[in-house]
Ligand binder design. Structure first.
Ligand SMILES: C=C(OP(=O)(O)O)C(=O)O
Ligand SMILES: [Mg+2]
Length: 577
């Protein structure tokens, strides 16, 4: 919900706030708009809190808050239409319930402060609903949401949840964002993302890049920014400027446009300056990303993250629903290549209906990816079956790959499962160090590799990609990661098979040259990253890429590797990269 829509006051003064915050820029470009802070749980108002004695005024405040909540739910419902309108309408009715208002009123008459009165009155209703169980029991979450919204309005806290519409795009600020929070967002709503946590490979970063929205992560102090403050975000340098003057905003816009113009001047299939083809493919989360992929000249899809179809649901999508989504993607690239990744659930992408066996102290090292896929054979059969049916009627070359493969046995098992389902091209992601080190064993069992540098970096450096405190270690430029990539690419080349990269490393134009220099055969990335990567490859020869790769691997730190590679790629400056 957008508080500007309810006419509620936006912010307290922030004269003491710093004007500049810095974090890690993870999605280039500049974004400008009013801050919209998202917070997680609304804290419980202190037990025993009392109002100042004017019970009538306090009651009026409480009623107004409940009314604002209901009106907002109704107006959002009317904008969304369909099932959402019904659901939000039912929630608005709960907020307008006269019995509830009565309960709040009598608590206030006893001296209880409005936020606490709302909390306690909702508590009684909550118990009744929970005890009723079944459908009514399931409405408890809706009731909690109304309660939290009303308490937020009464206490001046930002509202929970992420708004999905706005009169003017805002800068979304949060501690961190879950994929489900952001799945419905679009560029029309969000001018930029700023999160306090997360590193360059967190899902906020991935999502921002795929939307082409500037983003800064790991930005200390971001959630202390007052709601509604004007914010200018530079998604390349990581600078977040608060209340910038007009000149700063105009300069940022001009620089952004100039950069875009230089980069989009190079078009056509990916290739080095001496004509060595490097197909440039798009990473997508589903059919809704296709327009951006096609507009950026993607030659196909190098990573279709199918788990996005499964997120935020109570059960897996039906085989028919899956088939339709897969077909839409295949049909968008007639004669092209589409690499589909089977469900990558677990760890940072948990699915309620596919839980791991037990409590996991380290979910990134637990049952995720192909490990979880094996535990749920019905889910696997449905997905591979839907893929095979969708692939049967398309001219696209469909390739299927499994995430998180660690052993030759898993690689063989997956290839066999694909063949049984009638899918011919079966590959694996290389994102676990064991798979890279023993790549020669694994490539014998499959048709191709695709390197997931996000997880490969996480596991090589033992640095959880969700933990911002170790974000510095989460750097794919680390020579140890480059060595692992080199091992996988060489093993694939020796076997005469393809080895792409679909992790975020491919989206870094300088690193893209290094990857090509190590023998990587295709690069897949979020659509907005394609023009800069295409431009930089087109200006350098394969030999220059090889030299950049050798220099980077000879370095002893990520910073040295970057500098060494840049020195061998002379055209970077002319591209403003
Ligand atoms: C592409 C990858 O997969 P994801 O980011 O979805 O885990 C990766 O790990 O590099
Ligand atoms: Mg991965």
């Amino acid at each position: 919900m957008d508080r500007r829509e309810t006419g509620h006051p936006l912010s307290e003064s922030q004269e003491q706030a710093p004007r500049l915050l810095t974090g890690t820029g993870v999605s280039p470009g500049s974004g400008y708009g009013p801050a919209y802070l998202v917070i997680g749980d609304i804290p419980e108002p202190a037990p025993g809190s009392r109002h100042d004695g004017d019970a009538q005024a306090e009651r009026g405040r409480a009623e107004q808050a409940l009314d604002d909540v209901a009106a907002d739910l109704e107006s959002r419902g009317a904008r969304a239409g369909g099932e959402a309108e019904e659901v939000l309408g039912a929630q608005a009715m709960m907020a307008r319930d006269p019995g509830l208002a009565e309960e709040v009123g009598s608590l206030i008459a006893e001296g209880v402060a409005a936020p606490r009165a709302v909390f306690e009155a909702f508590g009684k209703y909550r118990e009744l609903l929970s005890a009723a169980g079944g459908y009514l029991g399931e409405r408890v979450a809706d009731l909690d949401d109304i309660r939290d919204r009303a308490i937020a309005l009464l206490t001046g806290l930002p509202l929970p949840g992420v708004p999905t519409s706005a009169a003017k795009p805002f800068v979304l600020i949060a501690k961190d964002l879950a994929p489900a929070d952001t799945a419905l967002l679009s560029k029309d709503v969000v001018a930029a993302f700023v999160t306090e946590q997360g590193g360059p490979t967190s899902h906020t970063a991935i999502l921002a890049r795929s939307m082409g929205v500037p983003a800064v992560v790991g930005c200390a102090g971001a959630t202390a920014v007052a709601q509604g403050t004007a914010v200018l975000v530079d998604g390349a340098s990581g600078r977040v400027r608060l209340s910038p003057d007009e000149g700063e905003v105009a300069a940022a816009r001009n620089a952004d446009e100039a950069r875009r113009a230089v980069l989009s001047a190079v078009t056509g299939p990916g290739a080095t300056a001496d004509g060595h083809a490097v197909p440039l493919l798009a990473n997508i989360g589903g059919p809704r990303d296709l327009d951006a992929a096609l507009a950026s000249g993607a030659e196909g899809v190098g990573l279709y993250r199918t788990e996005f179809l499964f997120l935020d649901r109570d059960a897996a999508p039906t085989p028919e629903e899956q088939e339709e989504a897969y077909r839409a993607v295949f049909d968008a690239f007639p004669g092209g290549r589409v690499v589909v990744r089977t469900l990558d659930a677990g760890a940072d992408k948990p699915l309620a209906f596919l839980p791991p066996h037990g409590e996991e102290p380290n979910p990134a090292l637990g049952e995720r990816g192909v490990r979880l896929f094996r535990r749920y054979p019905d889910v696997m059969t449905d997905q591979l079956g839907a893929l095979a049916r969708a692939a049967a009627g398309t001219s696209a070359t469909v390739e299927i790959m499994a995430p998180m493969v660690a052993t030759a046995e898993e690689a063989a098992w997956f290839a066999q499962a694909c063949r049984t389902a009638g899918l011919e091209n079966a590959g694996i992601m290389i994102e676990v160090p064991s798979a890279a080190i023993r790549a020669a064993d694994l490539i014998e069992r499959v048709d191709f590799f695709s390197i997931g540098t996000n997880d490969l970096t996480q596991y090589a450096l033992a640095a959880d990609r969700q933990v911002s405190e170790v974000a510095e270690l989460q750097d794919p430029w680390h020579p140890a990661v480059l060595d692992l990539i080199g091992m996988a690419a060489s093993a694939a080349a020796d076997a005469g098979k393809g080895c792409g990269v679909c992790g975020e490393a491919a989206a870094d134009p300088v690193l893209a040259c290094v990857l090509v220099g190590m023998g990587v055969t295709s690069l897949s990335m979020a659509a907005p990253a394609l023009p800069p990567v295409r431009a930089v490859l087109a200006r350098h020869t394969r030999e220059q890429c090889r030299q950049a790769a050798a220099a980077a691997r000879a370095a002893t730190s990520p910073a040295e590797a970057r500098t060494a590679a840049r020195e061998r790629l002379p055209e970077l400056d002319s591209l403003a990269l």
